[in-house]
Design a protein. Structure first.
Length: 228
């Protein structure tokens, strides 16, 4: 005798199903045990990086074609390649070739190099004379002569006006003509002011000429020559 695994009723031998609940009395075979775990093989190592080949060299620089030859010059004309240097190159303003020792300067080079001393001749006329520049530079010599003449003219005017003022002052003081003395003093002061303005204008004209590289005589006194 066997019993139903579900309801517990008695079942005769050889009966496949329980008469009470219909449960099958045939026991299914036990499932086989699970297979033993198979360990996965380790992943293959990454491939070794292959270094790329260096880039190809850059293409060669383009070769520029030579310019076409110039046309032949007309008959009787010198080719440009054999022209004198002064015709090929134009001299830049304010530039002069280097001066070699012992070689005399041209008038333009003399004026360019000794411009400062020529200007100083109208402010302190004896500086070029002491420095001796008037002996080596005709440009400085010319402006030093005009500056010296201008200085002598200024000193002479001041001396003459001082002597005349002293004489007139003595005459009118002795005669007690103080009204006439005041009038003459005013006139002498006005004349001295006008002469002072004239001398200042001559100084300015001389400095402008010297700074501009010009050899130009001053009005009235420019015709006199003292420094030879």
């Amino acid at each position: 005798m066997t019993f139903c695994p579900k309801c517990g009723a008695q079942i005769q031998e050889g009966v496949a199903f329980c008469p009470s609940c219909g449960q099958s009395t045939v026991q299914s075979p036990a499932p086989p045990p699970p297979p033993a775990p198979q360990y996965a093989a380790p992943p293959p190592p990454p491939p070794v990086p292959q270094y790329a080949a260096p880039p190809p060299p850059p293409p060669p620089a383009p070769q520029y074609a030579a310019p076409p030859p110039p046309p032949p010059p007309p008959a009787g004309q010198v080719p440009p390649a054999y022209a004198p240097p002064q015709q090929q190159y134009q001299q830049q303003p304010g530039y002069g070739p280097p001066v070699m020792p012992g070689v005399p300067l041209s008038p333009e080079q003399d004026a360019q190099q000794n411009k400062g001393m020529a200007i100083l001749a109208y402010l302190i006329f004896f500086v070029p004379l002491i420095a001796g520049t008037h002996k080596t530079s005709p440009y400085v010599k010319y402006h030093t002569n005009q500056g010296t003449v201008l200085a002598i003219f200024s000193i002479g005017c001041s001396i003459v006006f001082g002597i005349l003022q002293a004489i007139i002052l003595a005459i009118f003081t002795a005669s007690l003509a103080f009204g006439a003395l005041l009038a003459f003093t005013t006139i002498f002061g006005l004349l001295w002011f006008i002469i002072g303005i004239f001398i200042l204008v001559l100084v300015i004209l001389g400095i402008v000429n010297a700074s501009g590289g010009k050899i130009k005589p001053l009005p009235v006194i420019g015709k006199f020559t003292i420094i030879k």
